[in-house]
Design a protein around this ligand. Structure first.
Ligand SMILES: [Zn+2]
Length: 480
């Protein structure tokens, strides 16, 4: 009964992916709709996941010399005039603030869609000589984009993110920083979240407004669509020129600085759900799971069961994030379903028969596999199992991506592969933005990235769409 009830509450993933996603977000209590258009409330369970992601990222930022600061959310209109090109990229999504109390403001303000303007204005004041460089600052905050259609975690009017903004002496230093942060994002997303990503360069039309180069991490969701999971921008001297970030160089001459910016957001949680979740609910990779282990006593009214379950809890609580569910008013089956819905990586069952045999039962959330494990050295066994789950989840996601990735060398095949399904297509491209736009128009697929060299392969020497000489091998896909 309980099993049926829970399963009925979640739409099957293959029946309606969008509804399945919404069901998980709401039923697993990750987020809820807010009484304000396009905004969500991140509930404690979803926020705990964000805190884990944040810890994994923040510790790496700090280990590479970055520090955190906080800049105002409100940006005056006059500052925006300095960076017309960049601002035009964001203007349709800008949220204007026009009144203070009853009075109309003399100068309108915007709620930051990103903070290049604010932060670079401060940097022009702080950077005087090469001795002030590099500046390596990160900010954890929320930003605002007046989106027309919204979905929890994937696209909301206000969302949480971090934005790193750095200033350097040379182009090489800025480029090194851009790639260093991309690699840190790869570690957070692949090693901690168990989500495989393809790293590469964005085409010019997909580039961040005002950047010389935008690097991206692209993940494949369970439905075969791509999710841009993080970006790192080499801004060249564009922003330094707009905001007069100049310094006295080592020869005593006035030089223009080089800047970068990079960000990841709560969007990653949407990706986590869409990569790992299944028809029974969320599946959390152990390294970002707010609770890694749940202990469920079986026949807990029998003598000694609750005591043994408590001993087990005590043996694990210092090493893992563990919950003991000894609520007497719920049946074990009801509890199993609830924790499966939440995606807790490992369930440990302990009942009278197990106590007799001095063992416990492990049930993996990712594969549903059951195993009997001796009580001796139980903490080590749990640690090993969590490591195995983490690794297997990554490998499974990677295998699913590979199954849905194809190489194409002509446009008929390109369209056929995208007919009625979502896949990643590797194909050649001429480098022309108009050709790229036509491909999007005809198929809905965009160029996700020009992958780094090691992933490149020569498929043909002509563009898969127009037949002109090809410049790059790229990944094409429909994206969120
Ligand atoms: Zn072409």
């Amino acid at each position: 009964m309980a099993q049926e009830k829970f399963v009925r509450e979640i739409t099957a993933r293959d029946v309606d992916f969008a509804q399945w996603y919404t069901d998980i977000v709401l039923k697993a209590e990750m987020a809820d709709y807010a009484p304000v258009r396009g905004c969500m409330v991140i509930r404690p369970y979803g926020f705990a996941v964000w805190e884990k992601i944040k810890e994994h990222a923040d510790s790496r930022f700090k280990a590479t010399g970055h520090t955190n600061a906080y800049f105002p959310m409100l940006i005056p209109e006059s500052l925006l005039q300095k960076e017309v090109d960049h601002f035009e990229g964001f203007s349709p999504e800008v949220l204007w603030i026009t009144h203070g109390g009853d009075e109309e403001l003399a100068e309108r303000l915007i709620a930051r869609p990103t903070s290049e303007t604010m932060i670079n204005t401060m940097y022009s004041k702080w950077v005087q000589t090469y001795r002030d460089l590099p500046v390596l600052i990160n900010q954890w905050c929320s930003v605002f984009r007046w989106e027309k259609t919204t979905r929890p975690f994937l696209r909301t009017v206000e969302f949480l993110w971090q934005e790193g903004h750095t200033v350097h002496e040379t182009y090489d230093d800025a480029q090194e920083e851009t790639l260093r942060m991309l690699e840190i994002y790869r570690q957070v997303i692949e090693d901690e979240m168990a989500v495989p990503v393809i790293l590469g360069l964005k085409s010019e039309s997909e580039r961040f407004a005002g950047a010389d180069a935008t690097y991206t991490l692209e993940a494949m969701m369970h439905d075969g669509k791509a999710l841009q999971s993080g970006t790192s921008h080499n801004l060249g001297q564009n922003f330094a020129n707009m905001f007069d970030i100049q310094f006295q160089d080592r020869e005593g001459k006035l030089a223009t600085a080089w800047t970068t910016s990079w960000g990841i957001s709560t969007r990653l949680i949407g990706g986590l759900i869409m990569v790992h979740g299944d028809d029974r609910g969320m599946v959390m990779p152990p390294r970002v799971a707010p609770t890694q282990v749940v202990i469920v006593p079986i026949a807990q009214h029998k003598e000694g069961v609750n005591e043994k379950a408590t001993d087990l809890f005590d043996a694990l609580k210092d090493r893992f994030s563990v919950k003991l569910d000894d609520r007497a008013q719920y049946s074990p089956g009801w509890k199993f379903n609830q924790w499966e819905l939440k995606g807790i990586p490992l369930r440990i069952e302990i009942g009278p028969k197990d106590i007799e045999k001095n063992q416990v039962v492990f049930v993996r959330r990712d594969t549903n596999e059951k195993s009997f494990v001796p009580m001796e050295n139980i903490a080590d066994a749990v640690g090993d199992m969590l490591d195995t789950i983490q690794k297997d989840m990554f490998e499974a996601a990677k295998a699913r991506r590979e199954e849905k990735t194809f190489s194409v060398d002509n446009f008929d095949d390109f369209q056929a592969k995208l007919d009625g399904q979502n896949v990643f297509l590797k194909g050649m491209w001429c480098g022309d933005a108009e050709c790229e736009a036509e491909i999007k128009e005809k198929t809905g697929a965009t160029i996700r990235c020009i992958p780094f060299e090691e992933e490149q392969e020569e498929l043909s020497d002509v563009c898969v769409h127009c037949g002109k000489p090809a410049k790059h091998m790229v990944y094409y896909a429909k994206a969120y």
